[in-house]
Design a protein around this ligand. Structure first.
Ligand code: AMP
Length: 411
Protein backbone atom coordinates (compact mmCIF):
# COMPACT_ATOMS: atom_id res chain seq x y z
CA UNK A 1 0.00 0.00 0.00
CA UNK A 2 1.40 3.41 -1.00
CA UNK A 3 0.61 6.23 1.39
CA UNK A 4 1.24 9.96 1.18
CA UNK A 5 2.17 11.29 4.63
CA UNK A 6 1.64 15.01 5.14
CA UNK A 7 2.71 17.34 7.94
CA UNK A 8 1.06 20.68 7.16
CA UNK A 9 2.23 23.84 8.90
CA UNK A 10 1.17 27.45 8.39
CA UNK A 11 3.47 28.12 5.44
CA UNK A 12 5.13 24.75 4.93
CA UNK A 13 4.26 21.15 4.12
CA UNK A 14 6.61 18.24 4.78
CA UNK A 15 5.77 15.06 2.90
CA UNK A 16 6.86 11.48 2.42
CA UNK A 17 5.44 8.99 -0.06
CA UNK A 18 5.86 5.57 1.55
CA UNK A 19 5.39 2.00 0.38
CA UNK A 20 4.20 0.92 3.78
CA UNK A 21 4.31 -2.85 3.11
CA UNK A 22 8.02 -2.57 2.40
CA UNK A 23 8.55 0.22 4.99
CA UNK A 24 10.26 2.08 2.16
CA UNK A 25 10.29 5.81 1.41
CA UNK A 26 9.75 6.27 -2.36
CA UNK A 27 10.24 10.03 -2.19
CA UNK A 28 10.14 12.85 0.29
CA UNK A 29 10.32 16.61 0.33
CA UNK A 30 9.12 19.90 1.65
CA UNK A 31 7.25 22.93 0.39
CA UNK A 32 8.08 26.18 2.13
CA UNK A 33 6.95 29.81 1.86
CA UNK A 34 3.36 28.85 0.95
CA UNK A 35 1.34 32.03 0.49
CA UNK A 36 4.50 34.17 0.28
CA UNK A 37 6.50 35.33 -2.69
CA UNK A 38 8.86 32.69 -4.06
CA UNK A 39 7.48 29.44 -2.63
CA UNK A 40 9.98 26.58 -2.86
CA UNK A 41 9.48 22.84 -3.30
CA UNK A 42 12.43 20.54 -2.59
CA UNK A 43 11.74 16.99 -3.75
CA UNK A 44 13.95 13.92 -3.28
CA UNK A 45 13.06 10.70 -5.10
CA UNK A 46 14.62 7.56 -3.55
CA UNK A 47 16.71 6.77 -6.61
CA UNK A 48 17.56 10.15 -8.17
CA UNK A 49 19.08 13.44 -7.09
CA UNK A 50 17.15 16.11 -5.22
CA UNK A 51 15.32 18.70 -7.32
CA UNK A 52 14.17 22.20 -6.32
CA UNK A 53 11.44 24.24 -8.00
CA UNK A 54 10.12 27.64 -7.06
CA UNK A 55 7.03 29.61 -8.05
CA UNK A 56 3.73 30.89 -6.77
CA UNK A 57 1.92 28.60 -4.34
CA UNK A 58 -0.81 30.72 -2.87
CA UNK A 59 -2.33 28.15 -0.55
CA UNK A 60 -2.16 24.53 0.63
CA UNK A 61 -4.23 23.36 -2.36
CA UNK A 62 -1.69 24.71 -4.83
CA UNK A 63 1.21 23.38 -2.76
CA UNK A 64 -0.24 19.85 -2.59
CA UNK A 65 -1.03 20.00 -6.34
CA UNK A 66 2.67 20.70 -6.92
CA UNK A 67 3.68 17.81 -4.66
CA UNK A 68 1.44 15.42 -6.58
CA UNK A 69 2.74 16.76 -9.90
CA UNK A 70 6.26 15.93 -8.63
CA UNK A 71 5.22 12.40 -7.66
CA UNK A 72 3.85 11.98 -11.22
CA UNK A 73 6.70 13.74 -13.04
CA UNK A 74 8.38 11.58 -15.73
CA UNK A 75 11.81 12.85 -14.62
CA UNK A 76 11.51 13.06 -10.84
CA UNK A 77 8.36 11.08 -10.04
CA UNK A 78 7.76 7.63 -8.59
CA UNK A 79 4.23 6.86 -9.85
CA UNK A 80 2.48 6.87 -13.25
CA UNK A 81 -1.05 7.59 -12.09
CA UNK A 82 -2.66 9.50 -9.23
CA UNK A 83 -4.64 6.36 -8.34
CA UNK A 84 -1.39 4.87 -6.98
CA UNK A 85 -1.79 7.18 -3.99
CA UNK A 86 -3.95 4.77 -1.99
CA UNK A 87 -4.31 6.83 1.18
CA UNK A 88 -3.18 10.02 2.88
CA UNK A 89 -1.97 10.08 6.49
CA UNK A 90 -1.96 13.47 8.21
CA UNK A 91 -0.01 14.50 11.26
CA UNK A 92 -2.58 16.34 13.39
CA UNK A 93 -1.16 18.00 16.46
CA UNK A 94 -4.12 18.01 18.86
CA UNK A 95 -6.82 15.38 19.15
CA UNK A 96 -7.99 16.39 22.62
CA UNK A 97 -9.66 13.66 24.65
CA UNK A 98 -11.98 12.78 21.79
CA UNK A 99 -9.24 11.07 19.80
CA UNK A 100 -7.14 8.71 21.91
CA UNK A 101 -6.15 6.97 18.66
CA UNK A 102 -5.87 7.61 14.92
CA UNK A 103 -9.13 7.99 12.94
CA UNK A 104 -10.45 7.71 9.42
CA UNK A 105 -11.49 11.22 8.47
CA UNK A 106 -15.17 11.82 7.70
CA UNK A 107 -17.51 14.76 8.15
CA UNK A 108 -18.15 14.02 11.82
CA UNK A 109 -14.41 13.76 12.54
CA UNK A 110 -13.84 17.08 10.75
CA UNK A 111 -16.38 18.72 13.02
CA UNK A 112 -14.61 17.48 16.15
CA UNK A 113 -11.24 18.48 14.69
CA UNK A 114 -12.54 21.98 14.22
CA UNK A 115 -13.66 22.01 17.86
CA UNK A 116 -10.07 21.09 18.85
CA UNK A 117 -8.74 24.27 17.18
CA UNK A 118 -9.08 26.19 20.44
CA UNK A 119 -6.74 23.65 22.08
CA UNK A 120 -4.03 24.15 19.43
CA UNK A 121 -4.69 27.42 17.57
CA UNK A 122 -1.12 27.53 16.23
CA UNK A 123 -1.21 24.06 14.67
CA UNK A 124 -4.61 22.45 14.08
CA UNK A 125 -5.95 25.04 11.58
CA UNK A 126 -3.09 24.25 9.18
CA UNK A 127 -3.53 20.50 9.60
CA UNK A 128 -7.23 20.98 8.75
CA UNK A 129 -6.30 23.08 5.72
CA UNK A 130 -4.16 20.19 4.44
CA UNK A 131 -7.01 17.70 4.94
CA UNK A 132 -9.46 19.94 3.05
CA UNK A 133 -6.97 20.43 0.22
CA UNK A 134 -6.53 16.64 -0.18
CA UNK A 135 -10.30 16.14 -0.11
CA UNK A 136 -10.46 18.41 -3.14
CA UNK A 137 -7.40 17.15 -5.04
CA UNK A 138 -7.59 13.45 -4.18
CA UNK A 139 -11.38 13.00 -4.00
CA UNK A 140 -12.35 9.55 -2.77
CA UNK A 141 -8.89 8.68 -1.40
CA UNK A 142 -9.18 7.72 2.30
CA UNK A 143 -7.52 10.11 4.72
CA UNK A 144 -6.45 9.30 8.25
CA UNK A 145 -5.58 11.68 11.10
CA UNK A 146 -2.72 10.57 13.36
CA UNK A 147 -2.50 12.69 16.50
CA UNK A 148 0.56 13.92 18.39
CA UNK A 149 -1.49 13.69 21.58
CA UNK A 150 -2.88 10.15 21.17
CA UNK A 151 0.12 8.19 22.51
CA UNK A 152 -0.11 10.05 25.83
CA UNK A 153 -3.84 9.53 26.34
CA UNK A 154 -3.34 6.61 28.74
CA UNK A 155 -1.55 8.76 31.34
CA UNK A 156 -3.08 8.40 34.81
CA UNK A 157 -5.18 11.37 36.03
CA UNK A 158 -2.60 12.28 38.69
CA UNK A 159 -0.12 12.91 35.85
CA UNK A 160 -2.47 14.97 33.69
CA UNK A 161 -4.50 17.02 36.18
CA UNK A 162 -3.14 20.49 37.03
CA UNK A 163 -3.46 22.12 40.43
CA UNK A 164 -6.22 24.51 39.39
CA UNK A 165 -9.99 24.22 40.00
CA UNK A 166 -11.16 20.88 38.60
CA UNK A 167 -14.13 22.60 37.02
CA UNK A 168 -11.73 24.22 34.51
CA UNK A 169 -10.70 20.77 33.31
CA UNK A 170 -14.34 19.86 32.86
CA UNK A 171 -15.27 23.18 31.26
CA UNK A 172 -12.30 23.79 28.94
CA UNK A 173 -10.41 20.50 28.83
CA UNK A 174 -7.42 22.04 30.62
CA UNK A 175 -5.10 19.11 31.39
CA UNK A 176 -1.77 17.70 30.27
CA UNK A 177 -2.05 16.23 26.76
CA UNK A 178 1.56 15.80 25.62
CA UNK A 179 2.90 15.92 22.07
CA UNK A 180 5.43 14.26 19.71
CA UNK A 181 3.49 10.99 20.28
CA UNK A 182 4.56 9.22 17.04
CA UNK A 183 8.23 9.97 17.78
CA UNK A 184 8.13 8.73 21.41
CA UNK A 185 6.23 5.66 20.19
CA UNK A 186 8.70 4.93 17.38
CA UNK A 187 11.95 5.26 19.33
CA UNK A 188 10.66 3.32 22.35
CA UNK A 189 9.62 0.39 20.14
CA UNK A 190 12.85 0.54 18.16
CA UNK A 191 14.91 0.46 21.39
CA UNK A 192 12.92 -2.51 22.73
CA UNK A 193 13.64 -4.33 19.48
CA UNK A 194 17.35 -3.52 19.74
CA UNK A 195 17.33 -4.82 23.33
CA UNK A 196 15.52 -7.94 22.12
CA UNK A 197 13.07 -7.58 25.01
CA UNK A 198 9.27 -7.19 25.06
CA UNK A 199 8.36 -3.52 25.48
CA UNK A 200 5.69 -4.61 28.00
CA UNK A 201 8.49 -5.35 30.49
CA UNK A 202 10.55 -2.19 29.98
CA UNK A 203 10.83 1.16 31.72
CA UNK A 204 12.03 3.82 29.31
CA UNK A 205 12.70 7.55 29.17
CA UNK A 206 12.57 9.09 25.70
CA UNK A 207 14.03 12.52 24.88
CA UNK A 208 12.76 14.10 21.65
CA UNK A 209 15.11 17.08 21.33
CA UNK A 210 14.29 19.07 18.21
CA UNK A 211 13.24 22.69 17.78
CA UNK A 212 10.34 21.65 19.96
CA UNK A 213 11.45 19.26 22.69
CA UNK A 214 9.70 16.85 25.00
CA UNK A 215 10.43 13.85 27.19
CA UNK A 216 8.24 10.90 28.10
CA UNK A 217 8.24 8.26 30.83
CA UNK A 218 7.16 5.02 29.17
CA UNK A 219 6.20 1.97 31.23
CA UNK A 220 5.38 -1.25 29.41
CA UNK A 221 4.98 0.68 26.16
CA UNK A 222 2.53 3.17 27.69
CA UNK A 223 3.34 6.86 28.16
CA UNK A 224 2.71 7.46 31.87
CA UNK A 225 4.00 11.04 31.93
CA UNK A 226 5.40 13.59 29.51
CA UNK A 227 6.93 17.05 29.76
CA UNK A 228 4.74 18.99 27.32
CA UNK A 229 1.36 19.84 28.75
CA UNK A 230 -1.87 21.55 27.73
CA UNK A 231 0.17 23.08 24.89
CA UNK A 232 3.65 22.36 23.49
CA UNK A 233 5.03 25.23 25.62
CA UNK A 234 5.56 23.35 28.90
CA UNK A 235 8.56 21.31 29.97
CA UNK A 236 12.07 21.41 28.54
CA UNK A 237 13.80 24.56 27.36
CA UNK A 238 13.33 24.75 23.56
CA UNK A 239 14.66 26.74 20.63
CA UNK A 240 12.37 29.71 21.17
CA UNK A 241 9.87 28.38 23.77
CA UNK A 242 10.34 28.89 27.51
CA UNK A 243 9.29 25.48 28.82
CA UNK A 244 8.55 25.28 32.56
CA UNK A 245 7.90 28.60 34.23
CA UNK A 246 6.29 29.92 37.40
CA UNK A 247 2.84 30.93 36.02
CA UNK A 248 2.93 34.13 38.11
CA UNK A 249 5.88 35.36 36.01
CA UNK A 250 3.58 35.74 33.00
CA UNK A 251 1.08 37.85 34.96
CA UNK A 252 3.92 39.94 36.37
CA UNK A 253 5.52 40.61 32.97
CA UNK A 254 2.16 41.34 31.34
CA UNK A 255 1.44 43.93 34.03
CA UNK A 256 4.93 45.52 34.06
CA UNK A 257 5.41 45.62 30.29
CA UNK A 258 1.74 46.23 29.50
CA UNK A 259 1.63 43.26 27.15
CA UNK A 260 -1.50 42.04 25.39
CA UNK A 261 -2.40 38.33 25.41
CA UNK A 262 -1.05 38.04 21.89
CA UNK A 263 2.23 39.72 22.82
CA UNK A 264 2.68 37.52 25.89
CA UNK A 265 2.02 34.45 23.76
CA UNK A 266 4.63 35.58 21.23
CA UNK A 267 7.16 36.30 24.00
CA UNK A 268 6.83 32.79 25.44
CA UNK A 269 6.68 30.92 22.12
CA UNK A 270 9.02 32.89 19.84
CA UNK A 271 11.44 34.94 21.96
CA UNK A 272 12.22 32.65 24.88
CA UNK A 273 14.15 29.39 25.28
CA UNK A 274 17.70 29.22 23.84
CA UNK A 275 16.97 32.37 21.85
CA UNK A 276 15.75 34.29 24.89
CA UNK A 277 18.58 33.36 27.25
CA UNK A 278 21.42 33.68 24.72
CA UNK A 279 20.08 36.64 22.74
CA UNK A 280 21.85 34.96 19.81
CA UNK A 281 19.76 32.22 18.24
CA UNK A 282 17.21 29.47 18.86
CA UNK A 283 19.29 27.07 16.78
CA UNK A 284 21.37 24.69 18.89
CA UNK A 285 24.24 24.66 16.36
CA UNK A 286 24.68 28.43 16.78
CA UNK A 287 24.48 28.14 20.58
CA UNK A 288 27.14 25.41 20.73
CA UNK A 289 29.35 27.34 18.30
CA UNK A 290 29.13 30.56 20.30
CA UNK A 291 29.60 28.80 23.65
CA UNK A 292 32.77 27.21 22.29
CA UNK A 293 34.00 30.69 21.40
CA UNK A 294 33.48 31.71 25.02
CA UNK A 295 30.14 33.54 24.85
CA UNK A 296 28.82 33.31 28.42
CA UNK A 297 25.14 33.79 27.45
CA UNK A 298 25.33 30.92 24.95
CA UNK A 299 27.03 28.81 27.65
CA UNK A 300 24.28 29.67 30.15
CA UNK A 301 21.58 28.70 27.61
CA UNK A 302 23.39 25.38 27.06
CA UNK A 303 23.69 24.76 30.81
CA UNK A 304 20.00 25.49 31.44
CA UNK A 305 19.05 23.26 28.50
CA UNK A 306 20.96 20.21 29.75
CA UNK A 307 20.22 20.80 33.44
CA UNK A 308 16.51 20.64 32.73
CA UNK A 309 16.85 17.40 30.75
CA UNK A 310 18.81 15.89 33.67
CA UNK A 311 16.12 17.04 36.10
CA UNK A 312 13.41 15.32 34.05
CA UNK A 313 15.51 12.14 33.78
CA UNK A 314 15.67 12.04 37.58
CA UNK A 315 11.96 12.76 37.92
CA UNK A 316 10.96 10.12 35.39
CA UNK A 317 13.27 7.52 36.92
CA UNK A 318 11.28 8.10 40.14
CA UNK A 319 7.95 7.97 38.25
CA UNK A 320 8.94 4.65 36.65
CA UNK A 321 10.67 3.17 39.71
CA UNK A 322 13.87 2.63 37.72
CA UNK A 323 14.93 2.91 34.13
CA UNK A 324 16.04 0.26 31.64
CA UNK A 325 16.69 2.58 28.69
CA UNK A 326 17.23 6.26 27.99
CA UNK A 327 16.74 7.30 24.37
CA UNK A 328 17.83 10.45 22.54
CA UNK A 329 16.21 11.45 19.25
CA UNK A 330 15.33 14.35 16.86
CA UNK A 331 17.66 17.07 15.48
CA UNK A 332 19.60 17.79 18.68
CA UNK A 333 19.22 14.37 20.32
CA UNK A 334 20.50 12.57 17.22
CA UNK A 335 23.27 14.98 16.22
CA UNK A 336 24.80 16.52 19.32
CA UNK A 337 27.16 14.29 21.34
CA UNK A 338 27.77 17.30 23.61
CA UNK A 339 24.11 17.62 24.62
CA UNK A 340 23.81 13.86 25.19
CA UNK A 341 26.97 13.90 27.33
CA UNK A 342 25.99 16.95 29.40
CA UNK A 343 22.44 15.64 29.92
CA UNK A 344 23.79 12.37 31.36
CA UNK A 345 26.37 13.91 33.71
CA UNK A 346 26.27 12.70 37.33
CA UNK A 347 23.65 10.07 36.66
CA UNK A 348 25.89 7.17 37.68
CA UNK A 349 23.76 6.77 40.83
CA UNK A 350 20.98 5.64 38.47
CA UNK A 351 23.33 3.07 36.94
CA UNK A 352 23.55 5.26 33.83
CA UNK A 353 26.89 5.97 32.20
CA UNK A 354 27.76 7.00 28.66
CA UNK A 355 30.74 5.68 26.69
CA UNK A 356 32.22 8.86 25.19
CA UNK A 357 33.77 7.10 22.20
CA UNK A 358 30.46 5.50 21.23
CA UNK A 359 28.67 8.78 21.96
CA UNK A 360 30.96 10.61 19.52
CA UNK A 361 30.17 8.10 16.78
CA UNK A 362 26.38 8.27 17.13
CA UNK A 363 24.46 10.35 14.59
CA UNK A 364 21.19 10.61 12.72
CA UNK A 365 22.48 8.01 10.22
CA UNK A 366 21.83 4.93 12.35
CA UNK A 367 20.44 3.75 15.66
CA UNK A 368 23.06 2.76 18.21
CA UNK A 369 23.76 2.09 21.88
CA UNK A 370 26.08 4.57 23.58
CA UNK A 371 26.26 3.38 27.20
CA UNK A 372 29.49 2.16 28.76
CA UNK A 373 30.15 -1.53 29.47
CA UNK A 374 29.37 -1.14 33.18
CA UNK A 375 26.19 0.93 32.71
CA UNK A 376 23.10 -0.88 34.03
CA UNK A 377 20.87 1.39 31.98
CA UNK A 378 21.07 1.26 28.20
CA UNK A 379 21.43 4.60 26.43
CA UNK A 380 20.39 4.90 22.80
CA UNK A 381 20.71 7.42 20.01
CA UNK A 382 17.90 6.58 17.57
CA UNK A 383 16.89 8.55 14.45
CA UNK A 384 13.17 9.14 14.77
CA UNK A 385 10.69 8.17 12.05
CA UNK A 386 7.35 9.82 12.74
CA UNK A 387 6.31 9.49 9.09
CA UNK A 388 6.61 5.70 9.17
CA UNK A 389 4.43 5.57 12.30
CA UNK A 390 1.85 7.78 10.54
CA UNK A 391 1.93 5.55 7.44
CA UNK A 392 1.57 2.34 9.48
CA UNK A 393 -1.27 3.84 11.51
CA UNK A 394 -2.99 4.97 8.30
CA UNK A 395 -2.81 1.45 6.88
CA UNK A 396 -4.10 -0.09 10.13
CA UNK A 397 -7.05 2.30 10.41
CA UNK A 398 -8.08 1.76 6.77
CA UNK A 399 -7.82 -2.03 7.11
CA UNK A 400 -9.94 -1.98 10.29
CA UNK A 401 -12.54 0.27 8.66
CA UNK A 402 -12.77 -2.13 5.70
CA UNK A 403 -13.17 -5.15 8.00
CA UNK A 404 -15.90 -3.35 9.93
CA UNK A 405 -17.70 -2.54 6.70
CA UNK A 406 -17.50 -6.17 5.60
CA UNK A 407 -18.89 -7.34 8.94
CA UNK A 408 -21.77 -4.89 8.74
CA UNK A 409 -22.60 -6.13 5.26
CA UNK A 410 -22.45 -9.70 6.59
CA UNK A 411 -19.83 -10.72 3.99
P1 AMP B 1 14.39 19.19 14.43
O1 AMP B 1 13.27 20.09 14.91
O2 AMP B 1 14.24 17.77 14.91
O3 AMP B 1 14.64 19.29 12.96
O4 AMP B 1 15.74 19.73 15.14
C1 AMP B 1 16.22 21.02 14.90
C2 AMP B 1 17.32 21.32 15.89
O5 AMP B 1 18.39 20.38 15.73
C3 AMP B 1 17.94 22.71 15.70
O6 AMP B 1 18.08 23.35 16.97
C4 AMP B 1 19.32 22.39 15.16
O7 AMP B 1 20.27 23.34 15.53
C5 AMP B 1 19.61 21.07 15.84
N1 AMP B 1 20.72 20.36 15.19
C6 AMP B 1 20.79 19.82 13.97
N2 AMP B 1 22.02 19.31 13.74
C7 AMP B 1 22.76 19.55 14.86
C8 AMP B 1 24.11 19.29 15.27
N3 AMP B 1 24.96 18.66 14.47
N4 AMP B 1 24.50 19.69 16.50
C9 AMP B 1 23.65 20.32 17.33
N5 AMP B 1 22.37 20.60 17.01
C10 AMP B 1 21.92 20.21 15.81
Amino acid sequence: MKILVLNCGSSSIKYQFIDVDKCYVLSKGMVSRIGMSGAVLVHKPHDRPEVTISGEMLDHIQAIEHVIAMLLSPNHGVIRDKSEIEAVGHRVVHGGERFPHSVLIDQEVMQVLRSCIQLAPLHNPHNIRGINACKQILAGVPQVAVFDTAFHQKMPPYAYIYGIPYVLYKRYGIRRYGFHGPSHFYVSHRAAKMMNRPIERLKMITCHLGNGASMAAIKGGISVDTSMGFTPLEGLLMGTRSGDLDPAIILHIMAREELSLHEANTLLNKHSGLQGISGISGDMRDIIGEAQKGNSFAQLALDVYCYRIRKYIGAYAAVLGGVDALIFTAGIGENSSLIRKKSCENLEFLGLKIDEQKNQKASSKQAMEIQSEDSKTKVFCIPTNEELVIALETKRVIREAKEKQKMLKGV
